[in-house]
Design a protein around this ligand. Structure first.
Ligand SMILES: *Cc1c(COP(=O)(O)O)cnc(C)c1O
Length: 345
């Protein structure tokens, strides 16, 4: 039985084309800037994001950390969402390694940060306070796409307050596909943008950080300090080139599968899905009148991996998940609902 793994789009395996490209990649020493395949990927992603330059890095976590450390120094502060990856899921890296203080703020239900609230958290120039230098947004945020007009407004806001502006665009291609716009339109207001190749785009490893030439020069130094200077990294970048040239359009299939899953689940007794929040490849749902702790094991014995965290359950669609898999998940979830709904817990 094939496992239907809905834990994350990070579980995607490289495509046959990626494996061929990796085997045949032209290589050099990237710490010397001499790996032609890395250079090709960086030029391609910089162009796609509408930025002057780009840097291939080992992970999205390293990319965000390098960005924060390039924008901020010791004793500075960055503002990010309370549940933002840059704050919550990167093990406090900016504080641990950069001596940079985070200021988390609750996300609005649509994944934005309310700018009036952000304004209240920008510290005045006073010896008591860290110096607020940077605002970080995330797009997509829990699968939600930030509105373009909000990004423009936030861009004006940061310039008015003399802040740098970073986008954790791990899934920026999902946002672009959903909006039907170019990635560069989403990236435009930002000074720096981090893009993951190893999520829905199915590359095995790597992210790309984009920004101005001077920013990327600084970022390259931090990458080296963090141990992220890789040598014949073109083996990995070759898969990244396939990811950004051939794997972006198909994200709409993941979005359609997520929408079908959301719709099907919402029809089951005891399952609650906020359908408005299902905009790309993620479905968040909760259960009521059903035993939450029994759900993941029930699905697992049917070959479906779908974990729950604190009562909320997330399913992520991706390359390798087909419409028939969604049918199988809905059938199993339906069985779960019939088995337990209306029973005393
Ligand atoms: C996955 C992810 C990252 C980090 O990427 P890794 O390659 O896993 O380190 C950063 N931001 C968001 C929003 C992500 O989903």
């Amino acid at each position: 039985m094939k496992a239907i793994d809905l834990r994350s789009d990070t579980v995607t395996l490289p495509t046959p084309k990626m494996r061929t490209a990796m085997a045949e990649a032209e290589l050099g020493d990237d710490v010397y800037g001499e790996d032609p395949t890395v250079n090709r990927l960086q030029a391609l992603v910089a162009e796609t994001a509408g930025k002057e330059a780009a840097l291939f890095v080992s992970s999205g976590t390293q990319s965000n950390l390098i960005a924060i450390m390039s924008h901020c120094g010791r004793g500075d502060e960055y503002i990010a969402g309370q549940t933002a990856h840059t704050y919550r899921n990167e093990a406090g890296g900016a504080a641990v390694l950069g001596s940079i203080q985070p200021q988390p703020i609750d996300f609005e239900p649509d994944g934005t940060l309310d700018l009036a609230t952000v304004e209240k958290f920008i510290k005045p120039d006073d010896v008591h306070f860290a110096m607020t230098r940077l605002l970080c947004l995330e797009n997509t945020q829990a699968g939600k796409v930030l509105p373009l007009d909000y990004l423009e407004e936030a861009g004006k806001f940061v310039r008015r307050h003399n802040l740098a502006f970073h986008l954790d665009g791990a899934r920026i291609f999902n946002a672009a596909v959903r909006l039907g716009v170019e990635v560069r339109e989403i990236a435009r207001p930002f000074d720096s943008v981090s893009i993951c190749l190893s999520k829905g785009l199915a590359a095995p490893v790597g992210s790309v950080l984009c920004g101005s030439t001077s920013f990327i020069k600084e970022a390259r130094r931090w990458r080296k300090i963090l141990g992220g200077g890789m040598r014949q990294a073109g083996v990995l970048a070759a898969a990244g080139i396939v990811a950004v040239t051939e794997m972006t359009d198909r994200l709409s299939e993941d979005h359609a599968n997520a929408a079908a899953l959301a719709k099907g689940l919402s029809a089951l007794p005891g399952f609650h899905v906020d359908l408005d929040s299902v905009q790309t490849n993620m479905v968040y749902f909760s259960l009521s009148g059903l035993p939450v702790d029994k759900f993941a094991p029930f699905m697992a014995v049917r070959g479906i991996l779908i974990p729950s965290h604190h009562g909320s359950i997330r399913a992520v669609t991706h390359y390798g998940i087909e419409p028939a898999d969604i049918d199988a998940v809905l059938a199993a979830a339906g069985e779960f609902s019939s088995a337990y709904h209306g029973t005393r817990l």
